[in-house]
Ligand binder design. Sequence first.
Ligand SMILES: [Zn+2]
Length: 250
Amino acid sequence: MRNMFFPMVILLTISLAACKKSADGPGETPQTTSDNAQKVRAYIRDLGFPDNQVVENQHEFIAEGDIVFPKDMQVPAGKVKTEQFYTGSLVSASNVTNIRLKIDASMTSMTSEINSAIAQWNSLANCSINWTIATGSSYDVIIVNSNLGNGVCGSGTFPSGGRAGGTIRINKAYIAGNSFAQRARTICHEMGHNVSFRHTNWSAIGESGGIAVPGVGGTDASSLMNGGQCGSGATVLSTKDKQAAQALYP
Ligand SMILES: [Zn+2]
């Protein structure tokens, strides 16, 4: 008679292999398996992003083409409320005054555009948002070149746990033909996501609700945070964008 241990090992190995296969298997829709990923998925739904505008990959969910939610992000406690529009999860008062942005080697060719975007955020009066370029190995946000496919200029990441979203991806080859001002706009726009800004034109592009920044609601054709305007949108933060930044980060 066989020792019982051997078949158990085989069984375990088979079931692990089966499990791995389903997670990594064919198709582009990985399973949302972890508890935290389920919470992140529910959070995205609470924020009002329609399911048909959310794409899932192995490590993250992406809403409206350019807003990244890492599956391991810290989901804010409590129910989110939904209005110039933010996520309800802000960068903490102590962190927002020095958001260290690391320029990955793949993005150094756009350092001038990055500095232009930083200058827009940092020049706001009565607003504590302050970005700095990280020169050492410590940083809060890294900006990297990434092939995001046709039609997507870049992506930002919403903040969690009081920290700015950790990654900004720029589709460098795709935006290379745009003007300097439009390339800088893309970077400035994604930076806005990393400090909690949503798309100002959320209702026009199908979101069911957003949290209005107190005192700064409504649509704004000149908002740099309008979505779906890659290469053609506003290149400077609008009056309402500025008011929203001041209200969120006084
Ligand atoms: Zn966006």
